[in-house]
Design a protein around this ligand. Structure first.
Ligand SMILES: NC(=O)C1=CN([C@@H]2O[C@H](COP(=O)(O)OP(=O)(O)OC[C@H]3O[C@@H](n4cnc5c(N)ncnc54)[C@H](O)[C@@H]3O)[C@@H](O)[C@H]2O)C=CC1
Ligand SMILES: O=C(O)C1=N[C@H](C(=O)O)C[C@H](O)C1
Length: 250
Protein backbone atom coordinates (compact mmCIF):
# COMPACT_ATOMS: atom_id res chain seq x y z
CA UNK A 1 0.00 0.00 0.00
CA UNK A 2 1.39 3.45 -0.87
CA UNK A 3 1.53 6.36 1.57
CA UNK A 4 1.25 9.56 -0.45
CA UNK A 5 2.25 11.63 2.54
CA UNK A 6 3.96 14.67 0.91
CA UNK A 7 1.62 17.01 -0.97
CA UNK A 8 3.48 18.68 -3.84
CA UNK A 9 2.58 21.52 -6.22
CA UNK A 10 4.61 22.46 -9.28
CA UNK A 11 5.16 26.01 -10.61
CA UNK A 12 6.16 26.10 -14.28
CA UNK A 13 4.18 22.88 -14.68
CA UNK A 14 3.69 23.31 -18.44
CA UNK A 15 7.42 23.54 -19.13
CA UNK A 16 9.99 20.88 -20.02
CA UNK A 17 11.16 20.42 -16.43
CA UNK A 18 7.84 21.19 -14.73
CA UNK A 19 5.91 18.59 -16.71
CA UNK A 20 8.60 15.96 -16.08
CA UNK A 21 8.47 16.77 -12.34
CA UNK A 22 4.65 16.39 -12.35
CA UNK A 23 5.04 12.87 -13.79
CA UNK A 24 7.79 11.96 -11.29
CA UNK A 25 5.72 13.21 -8.33
CA UNK A 26 2.70 11.24 -9.61
CA UNK A 27 4.79 8.06 -9.87
CA UNK A 28 6.72 8.27 -6.57
CA UNK A 29 5.21 6.22 -3.73
CA UNK A 30 5.38 8.96 -1.11
CA UNK A 31 4.33 12.13 -3.00
CA UNK A 32 0.97 13.41 -4.21
CA UNK A 33 0.57 16.06 -6.92
CA UNK A 34 -1.94 18.62 -5.60
CA UNK A 35 -1.34 21.59 -7.91
CA UNK A 36 -0.01 22.56 -11.34
CA UNK A 37 0.66 26.26 -11.88
CA UNK A 38 2.08 28.13 -14.84
CA UNK A 39 2.37 31.72 -16.09
CA UNK A 40 -0.72 33.83 -15.32
CA UNK A 41 -2.16 31.41 -12.75
CA UNK A 42 -3.20 32.63 -9.30
CA UNK A 43 -0.88 30.78 -6.93
CA UNK A 44 -3.27 31.36 -4.01
CA UNK A 45 -2.79 28.73 -1.28
CA UNK A 46 -0.73 26.58 -3.67
CA UNK A 47 -3.34 23.84 -3.68
CA UNK A 48 -2.65 23.02 -0.05
CA UNK A 49 0.86 21.80 -0.87
CA UNK A 50 3.48 20.96 1.77
CA UNK A 51 6.25 21.49 -0.79
CA UNK A 52 6.37 23.45 -4.04
CA UNK A 53 8.78 22.59 -6.86
CA UNK A 54 9.61 25.69 -8.91
CA UNK A 55 10.99 25.48 -12.48
CA UNK A 56 10.00 28.68 -14.29
CA UNK A 57 12.13 31.51 -15.71
CA UNK A 58 14.87 33.57 -14.03
CA UNK A 59 12.76 36.77 -14.09
CA UNK A 60 9.81 35.15 -12.26
CA UNK A 61 11.42 32.80 -9.79
CA UNK A 62 12.06 35.21 -6.89
CA UNK A 63 8.41 36.40 -6.93
CA UNK A 64 7.09 32.84 -7.06
CA UNK A 65 9.36 31.56 -4.30
CA UNK A 66 8.60 34.58 -2.10
CA UNK A 67 4.87 33.83 -2.43
CA UNK A 68 5.44 30.21 -1.33
CA UNK A 69 7.52 31.24 1.69
CA UNK A 70 4.90 33.79 2.74
CA UNK A 71 2.33 30.97 2.62
CA UNK A 72 4.58 28.91 4.93
CA UNK A 73 5.26 26.34 2.18
CA UNK A 74 8.71 24.75 1.64
CA UNK A 75 10.21 25.24 -1.84
CA UNK A 76 12.56 23.23 -4.05
CA UNK A 77 13.87 25.58 -6.76
CA UNK A 78 15.49 24.50 -10.01
CA UNK A 79 15.17 27.79 -11.88
CA UNK A 80 18.49 29.46 -12.67
CA UNK A 81 19.56 33.11 -12.41
CA UNK A 82 19.88 33.41 -8.61
CA UNK A 83 22.24 36.37 -8.14
CA UNK A 84 23.57 37.30 -4.68
CA UNK A 85 21.16 40.24 -4.68
CA UNK A 86 18.15 37.95 -5.23
CA UNK A 87 19.42 35.49 -2.63
CA UNK A 88 19.75 38.31 -0.08
CA UNK A 89 16.15 39.40 -0.71
CA UNK A 90 14.93 35.82 -0.33
CA UNK A 91 16.94 35.25 2.86
CA UNK A 92 15.26 38.32 4.42
CA UNK A 93 11.80 36.91 3.61
CA UNK A 94 12.71 33.45 4.87
CA UNK A 95 14.10 34.92 8.12
CA UNK A 96 10.54 35.99 8.96
CA UNK A 97 9.25 32.41 8.40
CA UNK A 98 11.74 30.43 10.46
CA UNK A 99 10.39 26.92 9.90
CA UNK A 100 10.32 27.20 6.10
CA UNK A 101 13.02 25.53 4.03
CA UNK A 102 14.09 26.63 0.54
CA UNK A 103 16.49 24.58 -1.57
CA UNK A 104 17.98 26.30 -4.63
CA UNK A 105 19.85 23.80 -6.78
CA UNK A 106 21.58 24.88 -10.01
CA UNK A 107 21.60 21.23 -11.06
CA UNK A 108 19.77 18.19 -9.62
CA UNK A 109 21.67 15.49 -11.57
CA UNK A 110 24.00 13.56 -9.27
CA UNK A 111 26.74 13.46 -11.90
CA UNK A 112 26.62 17.22 -12.32
CA UNK A 113 26.93 17.70 -8.56
CA UNK A 114 29.94 15.37 -8.51
CA UNK A 115 31.43 17.16 -11.53
CA UNK A 116 31.29 20.46 -9.63
CA UNK A 117 32.80 18.89 -6.53
CA UNK A 118 35.62 17.19 -8.50
CA UNK A 119 36.34 20.42 -10.38
CA UNK A 120 36.56 22.33 -7.09
CA UNK A 121 39.03 19.73 -5.77
CA UNK A 122 41.16 19.79 -8.94
CA UNK A 123 41.24 23.59 -9.22
CA UNK A 124 44.29 24.29 -7.05
CA UNK A 125 46.53 21.89 -9.01
CA UNK A 126 46.16 23.47 -12.48
CA UNK A 127 47.41 26.76 -13.91
CA UNK A 128 44.77 26.77 -16.67
CA UNK A 129 41.04 26.04 -16.53
CA UNK A 130 38.06 26.74 -18.80
CA UNK A 131 34.39 25.71 -18.52
CA UNK A 132 32.38 24.75 -21.63
CA UNK A 133 28.64 24.25 -21.17
CA UNK A 134 26.52 22.83 -24.00
CA UNK A 135 22.69 22.96 -24.03
CA UNK A 136 19.56 22.67 -26.17
CA UNK A 137 18.86 25.85 -28.18
CA UNK A 138 15.59 26.64 -26.31
CA UNK A 139 17.50 27.57 -23.17
CA UNK A 140 16.93 31.26 -22.36
CA UNK A 141 19.94 31.97 -20.14
CA UNK A 142 23.69 31.89 -20.70
CA UNK A 143 25.84 30.79 -19.14
CA UNK A 144 23.97 27.93 -17.49
CA UNK A 145 23.45 28.11 -13.74
CA UNK A 146 25.66 25.05 -13.45
CA UNK A 147 28.52 26.72 -15.34
CA UNK A 148 28.23 29.90 -13.26
CA UNK A 149 28.32 27.85 -10.05
CA UNK A 150 31.23 25.71 -11.29
CA UNK A 151 33.24 28.81 -12.22
CA UNK A 152 32.50 30.35 -8.84
CA UNK A 153 33.66 27.24 -6.95
CA UNK A 154 36.83 26.99 -9.06
CA UNK A 155 37.55 30.72 -8.71
CA UNK A 156 37.26 30.53 -4.92
CA UNK A 157 39.46 27.40 -4.75
CA UNK A 158 42.10 29.14 -6.90
CA UNK A 159 42.05 32.22 -4.67
CA UNK A 160 42.39 30.07 -1.53
CA UNK A 161 45.41 28.36 -3.13
CA UNK A 162 47.01 31.68 -4.04
CA UNK A 163 46.73 31.10 -7.81
CA UNK A 164 46.52 34.19 -10.01
CA UNK A 165 44.67 34.75 -13.26
CA UNK A 166 44.57 31.92 -15.81
CA UNK A 167 47.29 32.51 -18.43
CA UNK A 168 45.93 34.07 -21.64
CA UNK A 169 47.91 36.14 -24.15
CA UNK A 170 44.80 37.30 -26.06
CA UNK A 171 44.85 41.02 -26.84
CA UNK A 172 42.54 41.01 -29.89
CA UNK A 173 39.01 39.54 -29.50
CA UNK A 174 36.47 41.99 -30.99
CA UNK A 175 33.64 39.40 -31.17
CA UNK A 176 34.10 37.80 -27.76
CA UNK A 177 35.43 34.50 -29.07
CA UNK A 178 37.18 33.85 -25.75
CA UNK A 179 33.82 33.64 -23.96
CA UNK A 180 32.80 35.30 -20.70
CA UNK A 181 34.63 35.43 -17.36
CA UNK A 182 32.92 34.36 -14.13
CA UNK A 183 34.93 34.81 -10.95
CA UNK A 184 37.94 35.04 -13.31
CA UNK A 185 37.22 31.71 -15.01
CA UNK A 186 36.58 31.62 -18.81
CA UNK A 187 33.13 30.15 -19.59
CA UNK A 188 31.85 29.22 -23.07
CA UNK A 189 28.19 28.51 -23.93
CA UNK A 190 27.22 26.25 -26.85
CA UNK A 191 23.57 25.98 -28.03
CA UNK A 192 22.90 23.06 -30.36
CA UNK A 193 19.78 21.18 -31.50
CA UNK A 194 19.99 17.61 -30.24
CA UNK A 195 21.67 18.45 -26.93
CA UNK A 196 20.01 18.37 -23.50
CA UNK A 197 22.49 19.57 -20.80
CA UNK A 198 26.25 18.95 -20.85
CA UNK A 199 29.39 20.46 -19.38
CA UNK A 200 33.14 20.03 -19.65
CA UNK A 201 35.68 21.46 -17.24
CA UNK A 202 39.09 21.57 -18.92
CA UNK A 203 42.20 21.76 -16.73
CA UNK A 204 45.71 22.24 -18.07
CA UNK A 205 49.24 22.19 -16.64
CA UNK A 206 52.66 21.77 -18.24
CA UNK A 207 52.51 18.49 -20.21
CA UNK A 208 49.09 17.26 -18.99
CA UNK A 209 45.35 17.81 -19.29
CA UNK A 210 42.41 16.77 -17.12
CA UNK A 211 38.87 16.88 -18.53
CA UNK A 212 35.82 16.37 -16.32
CA UNK A 213 32.64 15.94 -18.34
CA UNK A 214 29.01 15.36 -17.43
CA UNK A 215 26.09 14.65 -19.80
CA UNK A 216 22.40 14.78 -18.99
CA UNK A 217 20.92 12.87 -21.94
CA UNK A 218 17.34 13.01 -20.64
CA UNK A 219 15.47 15.17 -18.10
CA UNK A 220 14.88 11.96 -16.15
CA UNK A 221 18.43 12.50 -14.86
CA UNK A 222 17.20 15.39 -12.69
CA UNK A 223 14.26 13.59 -11.08
CA UNK A 224 15.95 11.57 -8.28
CA UNK A 225 17.59 14.80 -7.09
CA UNK A 226 14.32 16.75 -7.24
CA UNK A 227 12.55 14.03 -5.21
CA UNK A 228 15.40 14.01 -2.68
CA UNK A 229 14.89 17.75 -2.32
CA UNK A 230 11.13 17.33 -1.88
CA UNK A 231 11.66 14.69 0.83
CA UNK A 232 14.32 16.60 2.76
CA UNK A 233 13.52 20.32 2.40
CA UNK A 234 11.25 20.48 5.46
CA UNK A 235 14.18 19.25 7.58
CA UNK A 236 16.45 22.07 6.36
CA UNK A 237 14.93 25.42 7.43
CA UNK A 238 16.37 28.55 5.85
CA UNK A 239 17.89 28.95 2.38
CA UNK A 240 20.22 26.21 1.14
CA UNK A 241 22.11 26.55 -2.15
CA UNK A 242 23.13 23.26 -3.77
CA UNK A 243 21.71 19.74 -3.39
CA UNK A 244 25.17 18.60 -2.24
CA UNK A 245 24.19 19.98 1.19
CA UNK A 246 21.48 17.29 1.44
CA UNK A 247 23.77 14.50 0.19
CA UNK A 248 26.62 14.63 2.71
CA UNK A 249 28.87 16.12 0.03
CA UNK A 250 29.30 19.63 1.40
N1 LIG B 1 18.28 22.76 -11.52
C1 LIG B 1 18.23 21.87 -12.51
O1 LIG B 1 18.64 20.70 -12.37
C2 LIG B 1 17.65 22.30 -13.81
C3 LIG B 1 17.29 23.61 -13.98
N2 LIG B 1 16.69 24.01 -15.14
C4 LIG B 1 16.24 25.38 -15.15
O2 LIG B 1 14.83 25.38 -14.96
C5 LIG B 1 14.24 26.50 -15.64
C6 LIG B 1 13.13 25.98 -16.54
O3 LIG B 1 13.70 25.21 -17.58
P1 LIG B 1 12.76 24.51 -18.66
O4 LIG B 1 11.71 23.69 -17.99
O5 LIG B 1 13.66 23.88 -19.65
O6 LIG B 1 12.05 25.79 -19.33
P2 LIG B 1 10.64 25.86 -20.07
O7 LIG B 1 10.68 27.12 -20.87
O8 LIG B 1 10.34 24.58 -20.77
O9 LIG B 1 9.59 26.01 -18.87
C7 LIG B 1 9.41 27.15 -18.11
C8 LIG B 1 7.94 27.23 -17.72
O10 LIG B 1 7.76 28.30 -16.81
C9 LIG B 1 6.57 28.97 -17.19
N3 LIG B 1 6.57 30.32 -16.65
C10 LIG B 1 7.05 31.45 -17.23
N4 LIG B 1 6.82 32.51 -16.43
C11 LIG B 1 6.21 32.02 -15.33
C12 LIG B 1 5.70 32.61 -14.14
N5 LIG B 1 5.78 33.94 -13.94
N6 LIG B 1 5.12 31.84 -13.22
C13 LIG B 1 5.00 30.51 -13.43
N7 LIG B 1 5.44 29.88 -14.53
C14 LIG B 1 6.05 30.63 -15.47
C15 LIG B 1 6.55 28.90 -18.70
O11 LIG B 1 5.23 29.15 -19.22
C16 LIG B 1 7.00 27.48 -18.93
O12 LIG B 1 5.92 26.57 -18.91
C17 LIG B 1 15.39 27.21 -16.33
O13 LIG B 1 15.85 28.26 -15.49
C18 LIG B 1 16.46 26.12 -16.45
O14 LIG B 1 17.75 26.64 -16.54
C19 LIG B 1 16.46 23.16 -16.16
C20 LIG B 1 16.85 21.84 -16.06
C21 LIG B 1 17.47 21.30 -14.87
O1 LIG C 1 18.02 24.89 -18.99
C1 LIG C 1 18.44 23.71 -18.84
O2 LIG C 1 18.13 22.81 -19.60
C2 LIG C 1 19.29 23.42 -17.69
N1 LIG C 1 19.48 24.35 -16.81
C3 LIG C 1 20.28 24.25 -15.63
C4 LIG C 1 21.46 25.19 -15.74
O3 LIG C 1 21.31 26.29 -16.28
O4 LIG C 1 22.54 24.83 -15.25
C5 LIG C 1 20.66 22.82 -15.30
C6 LIG C 1 20.98 21.98 -16.49
O5 LIG C 1 22.18 22.43 -17.04
C7 LIG C 1 19.84 22.06 -17.51
Amino acid sequence: MSDKSIKVAVIGAAGRMGSTVCDAVDLAPDTELVGRFDVGDDLGDLGGADVVVEFSVPDASLTNVTHCVEQGVHVVVGTTGWTEDKLDKLRKTVAAHKDVGVLIAPNFAIGAILMMRFAEQAARFYESVEVVELHHPNKVDAPSGTAARTADLIGEARKAAGLGQVPDATTQDPEGARGGRFNGIPVHSVRLRGLVAHQEVLFGAEGELLTIRHDSLDRASFMPGVLTGVRQVAGHPGVTVGLENYLGLS
